[in-house]
Ligand binder design. Structure first.
Ligand code: ADP
Length: 492
């Protein structure tokens, strides 16, 4: 039933053939309709697995299983939940290369990006294993001193977790870990492009002994209508979504009908501002990470690079040299720094944006070409990009540095904020000046003199149309808890 092209994946999947199926109520099983869809390796477009398509009955069975397991899971000791998460972290640590290889095979990213993601992803299990036993509550006296106020925090209930393909592991653990730590049962819906990574992590949770029904995995076909049906089930009390702003808006509408609590991690259009006082070594190194990490397929990727005129030519010269030193190729070849895009469709979107930018007057300094075979796109540098043109207002999601020149810092701040998005921003400059700029930027996260911010211990999330709520940190678990106020009489 499952066609496996690669010996490594064959080794994994022949041993555990069921992982290409759905996971419902503690059992791996094919979809009720018997349909499957292909999982493609974007580096050579070969089919690496055929994954079960979930029907409406399968999705409803997943909701039933999660609802049935909810009370018992909520009643487990926080320490027990924490120790299950910790055990999953230990397995993922021991198997980190296998974990990374699955990510590479279906997502296409480079080996170092995949190892980076695997390590980042498993840290959410460790972090929330520690948070499970620190769920806060409150005890207060009323202002008049005549009553007692207890605030308890209880699991919100069945949680639907929808994840994208760009970080198939980390976006799933960033939701699964806090949900499970809080005492919520879950239904994970990974992106159709990358279900194998999700299946592997769910299998790890099964191996450590997470009870049946607590974690379920479905890949509904068609996605939108079946997700809407799950959201409409009254037992589903939480939607945690990472994906595009467009789909996020639709899901917010769907959640309104049954007043489902939402956490939304949506699109970004991150500005990166190079101030006159920037250290150019730090700037080039940080910009490369902010832009090229994950092949640029990150909602936090630096999408718009605003460089002060006084540093512009130096920046362009050094960035061209740095980009030229990078090698693009299949992620399993560990010598490559940049991997494939997730699909030919994604590659072609990037090519279209770059061609459009050149038509809008930008200059192509290097790159600008798609591969003949596989979903590769050259690392690319564009200068003379004008603020407000399509490439400047669209999430590029590829390895393209698009430089806008500016003369005045106030103007740079104005342009940086001139977007409906507000996830991430980067500032390179003398720290006091950069800090002053950071405070004026409309973004949920700002990096100063560094190219990456992701940290399980820090609150990740956006403002404006980039999202609602925060993931990771101590805030992350609160998204899966509800406050209950218990009113008590005064003490005698
Ligand atoms: P991306 O650009 O990262 O693919 P999407 O928002 O299209 O972003 O996809 C993110 C996740 O949302 C994926 O799991 C995808 O299958 C899912 N998705 C796409 N369309 C819908 C929809 N109409 N309803 C619910 N989930 C959807």
């Amino acid at each position: 039933m499952t066609h496996l092209a690669d010996p490594f994946v064959a080794d994994l999947f022949v041993a555990d053939l069921f992982v290409a199926d759905l996971f419902i109520d503690g059992v791996w099983r094919p979809g009720g309709g018997g349909e499957r869809f292909d999982v493609i390796d974007p580096s050579d477009l070969s089919v690496i697995a055929r994954f079960a398509a979930a029907t409406e009955d399968d999705c409803m069975a997943a909701v039933d299983a999660a609802a049935g397991a909810q009370d018992a899971w909520a009643a487990t000791a926080p320490r027990e939940r924490g120790e299950l998460l910790r055990a999953a972290y230990e397995i993922l640590t021991a198997e980190v290369e296998r974990f990374a290889e699955i990510i590479v095979r279906e997502n296409g990213k480079s080996w170092s990006d995949a190892i980076g993601e695997a390590n980042y992803a498993k840290e959410f299990f460790r972090w929330f294993s520690e948070e499970a036993v620190r769920i806060p509550g409150e005890y207060r006296l009323s202002p008049a001193g005549d009553k007692r106020i207890v605030v308890d925090r209880q699991p919100i209930g069945v949680s639907l977790l929808i994840t994208p393909w760009n970080f198939p592991a980390a976006m799933a653990t960033r939701k699964l870990a806090p949900a499970l730590a809080a005492g919520c049962t879950t239904i994970l819906k990974p992106a159709r492009e990358t279900p194998l990574t999700a299946a592997y992590m769910v299998e790890v949770l099964r191996r450590v002994g997470v009870p049946a029904g607590v974690v379920n995995l479905v890949t509904p076909v068609p996605t939108g209508p079946l997700v809407a049906k799950m959201i409409n089930r009254p037992e589903v009390r939480k939607l945690s979504f990472t994906g595009s702003t467009e789909v996020g808006r639709d899901l917010l509408h769907a959640c309104a009908d049954t007043v489902v609590s939402t956490s939304m991690e949506l699109g970004g259009n991150a500005p990166l501002i190079v101030l006159p006082g920037a250290d150019m070594d730090e700037t080039i190194e940080g910009t490369l990470i902010a832009k090229i990490r994950n092949g640029g397929a990150a909602c936090t990727a630096a999408n718009r690079v605003y460089v002060h005129s006084s540093r512009h030519d130096e920046f362009v010269e050094r960035m061209t040299a740095a980009l030229s030193a990078l090698s693009v190729g299949p992620g399993l070849d560990r010598s490559r720094q940049v991997g494939a895009l997730v699909s030919v469709a994604e590659r072609d979107k990037i090519a279209d944006l770059v061609d459009g930018a050149v038509a809008d007057g930008a200059t192509l300094v290097c790159g600008g070409k798609s591969s003949e075979l596989g979903a590769f796109y050259d690392v690319t540098l564009l200068t003379g990009v004008r603020h407000g043109t399509r490439i400047n207002t669209t999430e590029i999601f590829g390895p393209v540095v698009a430089v806008v020149r500016y003369d005045d810092v106030d103007e740079a701040v104005r342009m940086a904020n001139d977007t409906e998005y507000g996830l991430m921003a980067y500032v390179f400059g003398e720290e006091r000046e950069a800090m002053a700029v950071a405070r004026r930027l409309e973004a949920g996260m700002v990096a100063i003199n560094r190219g990456v911010v992701s940290d399980p211990a820090a609150p990740f999330g956006g403002v404006k149309q980039s999202g609602l709520g925060r993931e990771g940190s101590s805030e992350g678990i609160l998204e899966f808890l509800e406050e209950k106020y218990i009113a008590l009489n005064p003490l005698p």
